[in-house]
Design a protein around this ligand. Sequence first.
Ligand SMILES: Nc1ncnc2c1ncn2[C@@H]1O[C@H](COP(=O)(O)OP(=O)(O)OP(=O)(O)O)[C@@H](O)[C@H]1O
Ligand SMILES: [Mg+2]
Length: 245
Amino acid sequence: MIELQDIEKTYTSGEVVTRVLKDISFDIQPGEYVAIMGASGTGKSTLMNILGCLDKPTAGHYRLDGTDMVNLDDEGLSHLRNHKIGFVFQQFHLLQRTTALKNTLLPLIYADHYPEDAEELGEHALAMVGLSDRIDYRPNQLSGGQQQRVAIARALITNPSIILADEPTGNLDTRSGTEVMAIFQRLHQDGRTIIMVTHDRELAEHAQRVIVLDDGQIAEDHAVSQRRDAEAELAALVPAEENGS
Ligand SMILES: Nc1ncnc2c1ncn2[C@@H]1O[C@H](COP(=O)(O)OP(=O)(O)OP(=O)(O)O)[C@@H](O)[C@H]1O
Ligand SMILES: [Mg+2]
């Protein structure tokens, strides 16, 4: 479980102080599917980097399964990151001269030990994203959607319980984006926790919960299905012919 309490992030460069995150608090339960929305520059990526232990907050507490991340040293942080968290970025960040399989295996190289059955694990991860027939292709031989699916396979290789995705469909056409969203849906059904930044309201509706940031603060935090239920209830209460005439 993820617990954020009074998280702040401030950048200081010379005289200029930028308060990017102000007083962010929320919990995310295991297995939740959460969309994070908000205008450009409101701190979504900053928040994701803190959630993913790539960056530390200036103040506040972040507990992951009870461990306070703020007090952990670099070694402890990278251990947690390698075991619990998988990342997917808008720019796929694949190594260009390396095959899909080897790209998928990269996180294992940084892990504590390289498993003997790494290649099988990689093939399995690529099969999960529908790329069994592209294992030996390099990124420039793959479509954008396929490259993002390699990036998802790479995020899955350490079998993380949490997947963090920062605008994973931002560089994809509608069809590839839909394919990627279907993969996230499946990962959610498998019981993984998914936290996804998106600018697209429709894509956010795939999640169970939407958190909207505005100027470094939480502007909204609501359940998606409940809101849909409320809309349905409202529609049932107000017959169409009584509407607006
Ligand atoms: N290293 C840094 N030093 C100073 N300011 C920074 C730094 N990194 C980010 N910022 C500022 O923090 C703010 C939030 O950036 P962030 O990348 O989190 O926004 P975002 O919500 O992800 O935006 P987008 O939707 O465009 O990706 C921006 O105003 C940015 O200029
Ligand atoms: Mg961003």
